[in-house]
Each structure stands twice: as structure tokens, then as C-alpha cells.
Design a protein around this ligand. Structure first.
Ligand code: PLP
Length: 495
């Protein structure tokens, strides 16, 4: 990068501050000493520095010679000037920016909300190891993606480079609406779609537009931490609502939180238990929302991955009263770092949602939106989903096979018609009981990523098991990790 390097900014005193080369030398030295110019980083070319600071190139060269002579910078042949990797000892002048102690909340004087957010535990997991959750990014057609990216961005027009629709790039909204109508039974016009950076932002936006600070929102227990976090960040109080074999139990939820004004629910495939909500419960949920004038946030995060049977249409399509806000995400179906998702809001709510969006962050970054619109319109999305369905179905079968062969008695793993992970329950050899946290830790020590189901509970875990993601791992990796998990479990049973 000719002329590139760090940005340098400080003021020079041009009347009476002493020679300019000396001031430049002292300023750069101070930036190096206090870490603003990090060891090993590149300084701007002399020409650029001279221009930026309105100095002659001679002045700059003299200052840099002085820094070079004292060992603060070093030159690399033909490649400019770098901050030295080993700095000379400069005694007390070498000040580092103050670092927070053990309690950043105290150090920075965080708000009560800030402290709450900082204290929310974040799961950490070796992402590449089986059975970490998520899609197989190696199977994503990045060649097509990058071709589209170049096509749109080589010479973008105003519609891309100066977008003004806070709801999202219009062709993407049209593509999403067509897809949802055909595949998910969602009834919507493109204007009802609001493109956001994932389900968490969708929930955050809906909470801010529809509810007040301190209002109660029901969430599934066990459930997805990302949703609980987004609701907490919006200042809502969370009411844990049990999930049984028919899905979220709205009657139990209402008994516990009669004033709740919202419920977040994944009726197509509950996370993490995989339950599909029964029609009876769906109707009860819609009736609750109508009666209480409350909102249903339908999280349809992985509905594309269904391997058998017919998918139940989305709740949104069943609701005659306009109380359902549908939330979709491309994190699972494409790749997680894409950070693109969307809301489908009832027609009357489009304007307030758009108005809120304008003040919060204007709109979602435009870079990926035309690419995704074209990816859908040209059939690449449908082709990818079809390919992944076959791939993931075979991987689920590989997990079931290794469970029968090596985990029999230790873990009981049942097939699921949808999704990207299975839950392994304690088997008969363990009398149906296991400390899933302990097993997960022992597995992690052996390089196996098996999350404990109990981490999906906020309250006392009612059920324990291991969440085994299979989508991102090929059959060999699944068979190998399954056998190693059996060895870990056998050792922990006897210890
Ligand atoms: C239940 C559930 N909802 C939604 C999402 C997607 O969230 P986002 O779009 O913010 O990545 C996930 C991803 O893991 C999930 O598990």
C-alpha cells in the first residue's frame, strides 16, 4: 500500500513552540510510547506525513532520522518506516493507557442496564470441532457469492451507494416476500418486510417500537439466549414460559405473567428442544394475543431445514388479527457472519417501524443486500437449500448411527425431521440421569463440542442432555467424535 500506514494526528505550535522537526519528533515519540502507534505498525510515507501536517518533506525526514537513531522506528528496505518491535527503555514517560481492573463495571461507572448486559454469560465453544452448532460454511457457494458481489459493486449506482429505503433494498424485500409466501405460507407484501442484521436486531427493534421499559415479555424455557439478551437490552422483564411436547404452553405462561405484552416463540422448530407447536397451541396463542392485545414474535430461524414430512405453515399465516410479527434470519440457512435477517410487520406497523429504524441506524448495511436478492432470484438460494437438506439429512443419520453403535445405554438420541442438531438424553445405563454440564466439560477437554442443554435454561433445568450439532461436520468427523464421546462418558460413569 504505497503511502499507507497509520493516521497521525496532533497539533503543532507554529508560533513559539520551537523547531517544527523537534515538535514532530516529540509528538511521534509520545504516540509510540503511549501505544497509540503500536509496535510493528507502519508509519505513513514521509510525503503523506508532510502533506497531512503541512510540513516540508525535509522537516519530516529530520524528525524521522532522530527517531531512527534513538531506536523508536526502523526501516524495512523498500517498504517504509515501522514502529520498532523492541522499544528503547524510556522510563516513566512510557505510559500505557489505563486498563480496567477486574471489574469494568466499577471502573467505567456503567449504568445498571450496562452492568446487566455485561454480566450475561456468553457461551464459548470450539467452533470447528464436532458437535458445534451451525451450518457447513464449506458447502456454501462462495464462488457464486463473490461473482455477484463484484458484479454489483464494481460500479454501483446511486440506488446502492446512496440508498434511502430504511426497510431494505427493494428487490431484496420483493425476493423475501415471494419466498415467504410460497414456502412458509406467510401473507405479506414486500413493503411489510424490514431487513435487519439478524433475529436479535429484529427482536430488539420490535421490543422498542411495541413495548415500554419494564413491560413483561414471555420467552420459552428452555430457549435461545440471543433472544433473552435482546429483550433484556430493550429494558423488558422476562417471563419464563414452559415448553412441553406441544410447544410453548401459553396457558401456563399467562398464569405466571398475566400482564405480559409479548411472547417470543419458535413454533416451527423450538430451540433447543426441536418441538413443533401443535395446531391447538397455535390457535390458543393467537387467541391469547387477540384477547390481551399482545404481540407474538414468531422466530422462524431454521425452517428451511426440514428432511421429512410437510412443514407446518408459519403462525403468521394463521393469524387473522395482525398480532404476529414474523422474524426470519439468514444466519443458519446461509452463513452466520452474513448478519442479515428480516421482520414481517403488519401493514399498520410499517410506518412506525420505519420511523424508528431511521433514528436507530438508518438501515442495514447495503453491501450484501443486492447480492442476496440476486442469489435468491437466480435460484441459487433454492439450490443451496436443496443441497444442504440432502447433506444434513445424511449427517443426522451418521449421528444416529454412531449413537446406536457406540453410545447405546449411555445416550439416547432420537431422529428429528428438521433442524441442525439433535439432543442426546441420558440413556438407560445412566438410569436416565446425567450431569450434562460435567459431561460437556469432560467432552470439551477431549476436543468435543457438546453443549449442555441445562445452559439453555435460566431457571432450574427441568431436563438435561447434550446438544449435538451435526450440520457442519462430515460423516467421518461425526463418527469419530461420537466414539470419543462414548469413551469420555464411559470414563465419567466409572469415575
Ligand atoms: C432460536 C434462534 N433464533 C434465531 C437465531 C438467529 O439469530 P441471528 O439472526 O441474530 O443470528 C438463532 C441462531 O442461532 C437461533 O438459535
Amino acid at each position: 500500500m504505497p503511502g499507507g500506514g497509520n493516521l497521525v494526528a496532533f497539533d503543532l505550535d507554529r508560533d513559539g513552540g520551537g523547531p517544527l522537526y523537534r515538535q514532530l519528533y516529540a509528538g511521534l515519540r509520545q504516540m509510540i510510547l503511549d501505544g497509540r502507534l503500536a509496535s510493528g505498525s507502519r508509519l505513513p510515507a514521509n510525503r503523506v506525513l508532510a502533506q497531512d501536517m503541512s510540513l516540508s518533506r525535509n522537516t519530516v525526514a529530520t524528525a524521522l532520522q532522530q527517531l531512527l537513531a534513538e531506536g523508536y522506528v526502523e526501516t524495512r528496505r523498500g517498504d517504509g518506516t515501522y514502529v520498532a518491535s523492541e522499544l528503547p527503555d524510556a522510563g516513566p514517560e512510557r505510559r500505557r493507557p489505563e486498563r480496567p481492573g477486574h471489574d469494568p463495571a466499577q471502573h467505567y461507572g456503567l449504568s445498571r442496564r450496562g452492568r446487566t448486559l455485561a454480566a450475561i454469560p456468553r457461551p464459548s465453544m470450539h467452533q470447528a470441532a464436532a458437535f458445534a452448532p451451525g451450518p457447513d460454511i464449506n458447502a456454501f457457494p462462495f464462488d457464486i457469492w463473490s461473482r455477484l458481489l463484484t458484479r454489483f459493486w464494481r460500479r454501483p449506482g446511486r440506488d446502492l451507494a446512496v440508498s434511502s429505503d430504511p426497510g431494505g433494498y427493494p428487490p431484496l424485500k420483493a425476493a423475501i416476500a415471494a419466498y415467504l409466501g410460497a414456502m412458509r405460507g406467510v401473507r405479506c407484501e414486500p413493503g411489510q418486510i424490514i431487513v435487519v442484521s439478524g433475529a436479535q436486531q429484529a427482536i430488539s427493534l420490535a421490543s422498542q417500537v411495541l413495548l415500554d421499559h419494564g413491560d413483561q415479555a414471555m420467552v420459552e424455557e428452555p430457549g435461545y439466549g440471543g433472544i433473552r439478551g435482546a429483550l433484556t437490552a430493550a429494558g423488558l422483564r422476562i417471563a419464563l414460559t414452559p415448553v412441553d411436547d406441544e410447544g410453548l404452553d401459553i396457558a401456563a405462561g399467562e398464569a405466571r405473567a398475566p400482564l405480559a405484552r409479548m411472547v417470543c416463540v419458535a413454533p416451527s422448530h423450538q430451540y433447543p428442544l426441536g418441538v413443533v407447536m401443535s395446531l391447538r397451541r397455535r390457535l390458543a396463542l393467537i387467541e391469547w394475543a387477540r384477547r390481551r392485545q399482545a404481540w407474538i414474535l414468531e422466530d422462524d430461524y431454521d425452517s428451511e431445514y426440514r428432511y421429512a414430512g410437510r412443514p407446518l405453515a408459519a403462525l403468521q399465516g394463521l393469524d387473522p388479527t395482525g398480532r404476529v410479527i414474523y422474524v426470519g434470519s439468514f444466519s443458519k440457512v446461509l452463513f452466520p457472519s452474513l448478519r442479515l435477517g428480516y421482520l414481517v410487520v403488519p401493514p399498520d406497523l410499517v410506518d412506525p417501524f420505519i420511523a424508528a429504524r431511521r433514528v436507530l441506524d438508518e438501515h442495514t448495511a447495503m453491501l450484501a443486500q443486492p447480492v442476496l436478492a440476486n442469489f435468491i432470484d437466480d435460484g441459487h438460494f433454492a439450490a443451496h437449500v436443496r443441497r444442504m437438506r440432502r447433506l444434513y439429512a445424511a449427517r443426522q443419520q451418521a449421528l444416529l448411527d454412531v449413537a446406536v453403535k457406540h453410545l447405546d445405554g449411555l445416550l439416547e438420541v432420537r431422529a428429528d425431521e428438521a433442524g441442525m442438531h439433535l439432543i442426546a438424553w441420558a440413556g438407560a445405563g445412566l438410569n436416565g440421569v446425567m450431569d450434562d454440564g460435567r459431561v460437556a466439560r469432560a467432552a470439551a477437554d477431549a476436543g468435543i463440542a457438546a453443549a449442555a442443554l441445562s445452559t439453555s435454561y435460566v431457571g432450574k433445568p427441568q431436563r438435561r442432555g447434550l446438544m449435538l450439532g451435526y450440520a457442519a461436520h462430515d460423516e467421518t468427523a461425526i463418527a469419530d467424535a461420537g466414539q470419543r464421546l462414548a469413551a469420555v462418558m464411559a470414563a465419567s460413569v466409572t469415575s
